[in-house]
Every structure is written in structure tokens, then in C-alpha cells.
Design a protein around this ligand. Structure first.
Ligand code: SAM
Length: 260
């Protein structure tokens, strides 16, 4: 009896998997051109057991530091943070610390990402505005929680790079380049707004762009250290504030941020 073997040979340009079958005496011939693989698999990044193990350890670390939301912990466990850093810095990707991403900017510390996301308290399909796309990591953490994200970045190079990374991971966000200190009035109102750069004061424009019942999470202080503010717009339009100490972000620039 002849032995039939199957070789998955390659993907064609339309993203179809070409399967070839044959044996030692016949020519190899294609048997199926029709299995469609999502195109993004071409640019698949590596997410190995080692990465997953490091991520699991990171989740335990931030849990010990006080993050309790299962949804947030699951998102941190899901999104491969190493993809947002240069390959050479893999060892830094799963430590609980901020790290440089070029252009004088940073990817926030995982605890801070989790803390801000927990304060935002998102519901599935919520419409969220993120100010300060940076690497795109916080954006992907939110997307992993099933919300719609509008994200705006001031720096052109980071904006371009983050767009590519978000796409490479197969996520879909509405990405913008510009001054996020003014919000995105043309897409308002939002269920939540998260600012990932330190502001001198709370921009009123952002409160105006919140839905009733919406939440704004924003670090406010001087250029070195900030308090995290949770600003809530109650269903009757009243504004309440809560504060949490000791954060340190790069400055929010632009019209309602720092001037230089
Ligand atoms: N959320 C990011 C992440 O997950 O990588 C980290 C953000 S980083 C700490 C702060 C970012 O805010 C920087 O990329 C900076 O260029 C950006 N930024 C500063 N002022 C801004 C503004 N007015 N509008 C939009 N982005 C701004």
C-alpha cells in the first residue's frame, strides 16, 4: 500500500493555505486552495510559553500590589507586552516598571496601566477615549476587555508605530494624531476617558466630553509627580472626584497641558 503524506506548503498572497499531497512516486500536487487564514498571520509575532509564564508572574505581582479586578488581570495576562518594546529589551517587558519607547516617552508601568483601567471600570462595548497612545499597550489592554477605543497621540513617530503594533496584534482601534488635551469633541460623548500623561489641571473639555455616568481617570500634579484623579459625572450631571497619591508620568503637552 502506498503511503500518502500531506504537506502544508505555504500561504499564497491572498492568505490561502496551499495544501499539497503526494507520495514517493508521484509528483506532489495541490489538494486544497480554499482554506483561508487571516492575513495578519503572515506577520505573526512570537508569544512563547516563556513569554506567557513571565506574564503570569507579572499578573501575580500586580495582584499583590492591590489590583483586584478579574477583567483587568485577565487583560494583562492576555496582551503580550514584549511586542511593544524593542526585541533587545525582552527581559524588561514583564517587569513591573515603565520603560523607554523612544521619542523621550515611556510605556507605563503595568501596575499603573492596571490601576487606571480598574478605576475606569469599563463595561463591554463601552466607548473609551485614551489620551497618549504611546506604544499602544494600554489601548490593547482596553481592547482585550471588549471595549471600543479611540486613542490619540501627539508624537507623529509614536502614532505611526503604535498603529502598526495594534494592527499586528489583530486589534482594531480608532487611532488619531494630534493634541488630545482637547479631547476628541467630534466623537464625544464617551463612557470613559483615560489620560496617560501628567496634566497640570483637569481640562474642562474632557469633563464636557463624558456621558452622564461616565468616568475620567487622569494624573494631575507638577512635572515630577501626580495624584491620580477619578472624576465621575453622575447621571444628574454632578461632578465628584476621588484622589490616589504618588504617580509619575511624562507631561501632557498641548493647549490644556504643559506648554513645552
Ligand atoms: N499609554 C501609553 C502606552 O500604553 O504605551 C503610555 C503613554 S506615555 C506615558 C504618554 C504619552 O502621551 C506619550 O506618548 C506622549 O507623546 C503622549 N502625549 C503627551 N501629550 C499629549 C497630548 N496633548 N495629546 C496626545 N498625546 C500626548
Amino acid at each position: 500500500m502506498q503511503k500518502i503524506f500531506i504537506i502544508i506548503r505555504s500561504l499564497d498572497e491572498a492568505g490561502r493555505m496551499l495544501i499539497f499531497a503526494g507520495n514517493s512516486e508521484t509528483l506532489i500536487y495541490p489538494v486544497d486552495h480554499h482554506m483561508r487564514i487571516p492575513k495578519r498571520n503572515f506577520a505573526m509575532f512570537e508569544d512563547s510559553y516563556k513569554h506567557k509564564g513571565m506574564r503570569r508572574a507579572l499578573v501575580r505581582t500586580i495582584q499583590k500590589k492591590g489590583i483586584t479586578s478579574e477583567k483587568v488581570l485577565h487583560a494583562i495576562d492576555t496582551v503580550p507586552r514584549h511586542v511593544f518594546l524593542d526585541e533587545a529589551f525582552l527581559e524588561h517587558a514583564y517587569q513591573d516598571k515603565a520603560f523607554q519607547i523612544g521619542e523621550g516617552q515611556t510605556i507605563s508601568q503595568p501596575f499603573t496601566v492596571a490601576f487606571q483601567t480598574q478605576l475606569l471600570d469599563v463595561q463591554p462595548k463601552a466607548k473609551i477615549l485614551e489620551i497618549g497612545t504611546g506604544s499602544g499597550y494600554q489601548c490593547c489592554v482596553l481592547l482585550a476587555m471588549g471595549v471600543q477605543v479611540y486613542t490619540i497621540e501627539y508624537n507623529w513617530i509614536l502614532y505611526q508605530r503604535a498603529r502598526k503594533t495594534i494592527q499586528k496584534l489583530g486589534y482594531k482601534a480608532h487611532t488619531f494624531h494630534g493634541d488630545g488635551s482637547k479631547g476628541l469633541p467630534q466623537y464625544a460623548p464617551f463612557d470613559g476617558i483615560i489620560v496617560t500623561a501628567g496634566a497640570p489641571t483637569v481640562p474642562l473639555a474632557l469633563i464636557e466630553q463624558l456621558k452622564p455616568g461616565g468616568r475620567l481617570v487622569i494624573p494631575v500634579g507638577d512635572r515630577q509627580s501626580q495624584r491620580m484623579l477619578l472624576v465621575q459625572k453622575e447621571p444628574d450631571g454632578q461632578i465628584t472626584k476621588k484622589e490616589f497619591p504618588n504617580f509619575s508620568f511624562v507631561p501632557l503637552l498641548g493647549e490644556y497641558g504643559w506648554q513645552n
